[in-house]
Design a protein around this ligand. Structure first.
Ligand code: FES
Length: 108
């Protein structure tokens, strides 16, 4: 079962921005695409580069190390050298507070 954790406030991640947050012992990359926030594992599936530091191009993020591309909304890999996608997490924004759903390990 997943639990929503508060990670930041929406004013700290304006449209077009990205940032890394830590929650549940994991580093999560947040991306604000035109006012909607998406969350991906902040480790590239190739060699663990921080995707939150990558360039955002449209709805994709370009890995800062070897330039693999990922679809921000789905985590799907779009180009080499990465060959696997990255995990995505549900996000909700309530009263300006950004929350990310992380599996709490209870399996429900
Ligand atoms: S670490 Fe991302 S493409 Fe290599």
């Amino acid at each position: 079962m997943s639990t929503f954790y508060t990670v930041t406030t929406i004013d700290r991640i304006p449209p077009g921005a990205s940032r890394c947050v830590e929650v549940g012992g994991r580093e999560i990359a947040l991306f604000n695409l035109a006012g909607t926030v998406y969350a991906l594992d902040d480790r590239c599936s190739h060699e663990d580069a921080p995707l939150s530091e990558g360039e955002i191009e449209g709805e994709t993020v370009v890995c800062p190390w070897h330039l693999a591309r990922f679809e921000i909304k789905t985590g799907k890999v779009l180009s080499a050298p990465a060959c696997a996608g990255v995990e995505t997490f549900a996000v909700r924004v309530r009263d300006g507070v950004v929350q990310v759903a992380i599996d709490d390990g209870t399996g429900g």
